[in-house]
Write a protein that binds this ligand. Structure first.
Ligand code: ADP
Ligand code: MG
Length: 698
């Protein structure tokens, strides 16, 4: 069905082999379908004319109809220009060309009527359209409706496939659509949506008669796009649930109970309890857990990770906790070792810098079951790391891990171990639905009690000296301070120089022996980095000058001031992550965002957002609006979001609707074998086949 869609583009009237080659190269258009889904990015309203007297009130480009009453040339040499006066019953408007003057002059006639399109602006004291689109007026002109404008390239334009040229070949394709193209959605869904048919949508998106038609076509096409995405997720989820039975952990077990009753350092928050219940339920059902745990920085995810691991251990399984950096893994190891000191379990740390002799020892311990909990970095993924009976894997700060790496953890036991993915970068709901639609999501939406909100202020760099005063006061109170510099690949050298200058300025203003300053950056040897980090963690230094290597997860409760240099160069989620390094103890904490005086509108909004709220989810929503979903999720996953018309951040309601309909469909007809659903099944299987396999987990 719809083989029409797969027809190679060169067979279309007006295309041929040479243009087909160009369409492929320049716009990735290989088939009829590709061309049909090359949607106009805007329209010219050819259905009405604007009166010249209304020009001052126009907000956008508009179409006029008028008679040219004068043509004159001005300027000299290179600055030569051509102007034409155009009139209708209501007023006069100037047209001006700075290029191609003589060619245009020859094509225009005084006394003739024209259809003119453009945005008038004041120039030389009167309303003028520079470089208008202009065509002789004909009686059919009004019947065009809305004229589509297509994105194209220089090379295509040179070969007759500018926007107008694309419109032309599109027209010949559209003629085939009503007879060749079949509806895919069932009548039931179409009725539920109150939407136009697929054929109507395709015709109207390219050749709409009214604005209303554009809206209807866009709605239908956006829905389609989001619906197949959601349906794909639901099917993956269903397949996984069928295939992947998980280990059953019938009881929480002795170690959990012992820890919970006697060693828990504080009451769990309501949110931590709720999440544990959700995890527990997965374990009881014998379904394979594939759960995403979202919790803002400082919400206490580590403890949830530990409790989850304890349940596995209490059921005679091993557990693993994987972190993205050595510093983090080490910190988890230390925190957790302290917490479980009195319990009969063995915890080991495995990272890239674990010595070979130790490593062999660990490998043995894992295989013979002596080690119960392994904490580490990517080193855990290596094939030589084999467990006797791995039951659960907790992955911290998941966005740093690729899907393939996660999939590797799955294969560490005959039945895949349960997986809990923890992320401190809250993901807006619609985005989570789209990227992790096949994962179950738990949210810790509550911070441990007693946290004082971090006070955030934006200051210009000229305030630095006063800031130093403030830093001295804080140090006098016994607090510690982070000063973070950007270090971005493209401007690495310059950034590095800034970091060094900053370090020098700080050591000058905060001299020994009264003050001690640490520095950590990515070009240091891991052991030096670790040494400096440890000095700060132990409170031996008061100021930590660093690049974003400290961004993730480091926990120094006594640090209460975070100063971010060149804050305008950081994205919102990164700023929020950095800020999350303070406010971890009982003291009032501060975050100071230093920027240059000149800020872009976007940078200003970022600073204002940081000053306004500490809520990671709110920040994520703003971030999504600013950056779009692709950027937010990292390049690794952006391919998944190759959306042509829908926009996850703007069409959030449609995302929700598409998901609901997809869920309902899969529930009522799991293998889509009910005849009205066959076209959907056919379509989704094509989509799935065309995508690279993103591994079992994503
Ligand atoms: P994150 O979610 O960012 O990984 P952590 O697990 O590092 O957060 O926890 C942040 C801090 O909060 C730690 O110092 C931890 O000991 C503390 N904490 C965690 N849970 C609680 C709780 N229920 N009550 C009080 N403090 C808690
Ligand atoms: Mg953490």
């Amino acid at each position: 069905m719809n083989d029409f869609f797969q027809t190679p583009i060169e067979f279309l009237k007006g295309v041929g082999p040479q243009r087909a080659e160009l369409l492929k190269k320049e716009l990735n258009i290989y088939t009829y379908k590709d061309l049909l889904y090359h949607f106009p990015f805007r329209y010219i309203n050819r259905s009405t004319y604007c009166l010249i007297k209304d020009v001052p009130y126009l907000e956008n480009s508009a179409q006029f109809k008028g008679t040219i009453t004068r043509i004159s040339e001005g300027g000299r040499g290179r600055a030569k220009n051509l102007s034409a006066l155009v009139e209708d019953e209501t007023g006069k408007l100037e047209l001006i060309w700075f290029q191609g003057a003589s060619w245009i002059k020859n094509s225009l006639k005084v006394g003739a009527s024209y259809q003119i399109f453009g945005k008038p602006k004041i120039y030389n004291n009167h309303w003028t359209i520079a470089h208008p689109e202009i065509t002789p007026w004909t009686t059919e002109a009004l019947s065009i409706g809305f004229q589509p404008v297509y994105s194209t390239t220089e090379k295509l334009t040179a070969n007759g496939l500018g926007s107008k040229g694309i419109e032309k070949i599109m027209q010949s394709l559209l003629q085939l659509v009503p007879t060749q193209c079949n509806e895919i959605l069932s009548l039931e869904i179409v009725n539920q949506l109150h939407c136009v048919s697929m054929v109507e949508a395709l015709l109207q998106i390219h050749a709409p008669a009214t604005e209303n038609q554009i809206a209807h076509a866009r709605y239908r096409l956006k829905f389609d796009e989001l619906f197949y995405l959601q349906l794909e997720m639901q099917i993956r989820k269903q397949v996984a649930a069928k295939k992947e039975r998980g280990f059953v952990f019938p009881a929480v077990g002795d170690v959990f109970n012992e820890f919970y009753t006697n060693h828990l350092p504080f009451q769990l928050t309501g949110a931590q309890k709720k999440v544990l219940k959700e995890i527990r339920k997965d374990f009881l059902l014998g379904k394979h857990m594939n759960r995403l745990l979202q919790g803002d920085v400082g919400s206490g995810k580590t403890l949830v990770a530990l409790l989850t691991a304890l349940i596995a251990m209490g059921n005679n399984f091993q557990a693993a906790l994987m972190a993205p950096t050595e510093i983090l893994a080490t910190q988890h190891y230390e925190t957790i070792s302290n917490l479980v000191e009195k319990l009969p379990i063995n915890v080991s740390l495995l990272t890239g810098s674990t010595k070979k002799s130790k490593r062999i020892h660990i490998h043995e311990g894992l295989e013979n079951g002596e080690i119960h909990l392994l904490i580490g970095t990517h080193a855990l993924l290596e094939n030589v790391v084999q467990f006797q009976n791995l039951g659960v894997v907790v992955i911290d700060e998941q966005h740093r891990f690729g899907v393939a790496q996660r999939a590797k953890m799955w294969r560490k036991n005959t039945v895949p171990p349960h997986v809990l993915i923890m992320t401190a970068t809250p993901i807006p709901r619609t985005l989570a639905m789209t990227f992790y639609g096949d994962l179950d999501v738990s949210v810790i939406d509550e911070l441990p009690p007693g946290r004082k909100p971090i006070s955030t202020t934006h200051r210009f760099e000229s305030h630095r000296l006063r800031l130093f005063e403030f830093m001295r006061e804080q140090i006098k109170l016994g607090r510690q301070i982070y000063v973070v510099y950007p270090l971005i690949k493209e401007s690495e050298k310059l950034d590095f120089a800034n970091l060094m200058d900053g370090y020098e300025a700080i050591t000058r203003s905060f001299p020994l022996p009264q003050y001690r300053v640490s520095m950590v950056h990515g070009q240091m040897k891991p052991e030096d980095k670790d040494f400096e980090m440890q000095r700060f963690i132990k409170g031996e230094t008061q100021i930590m000058v660093a690049t974003t290597v400290i961004e993730v997860g480091v926990n120094v409760p006594n640090a209460s001031v975070m100063i971010i240099e060149s804050a305008e160069r950081f994205g919102l989620s990164q700023l929020h992550q950095l800020r999350g390094r303070v406010g971890r103890g009982a003291e009032k904490s501060y975050c100071i965002l230093l920027t240059g005086n000149k800020l872009s509108k976007e940078a200003k909004l970022r600073m204002e957002t940081m000053e306004r709220t500490n809520d990671g989810f709110e920040i994520a929503e703003v971030d999504l609006k600013l950056r779009g979903p692709g950027d937010l999720m990292g390049t690794q996953q952006s391919g998944v979001l190759d959306l042509k018309i829908a926009d996850i951040s703007k069409d959030s309601q449609l995302v929700v609707l598409a998901r609901e309909i997809a869920i309902k469909l899969v529930e009522s007809d799991p293998d889509l074998s009910f005849p009205p659903n066959l076209p959907i099944r056919n379509e989704i299987s094509k989509i799935v086949k065309s995508k690279p396999n993103w591994g079992k987990i994503a």
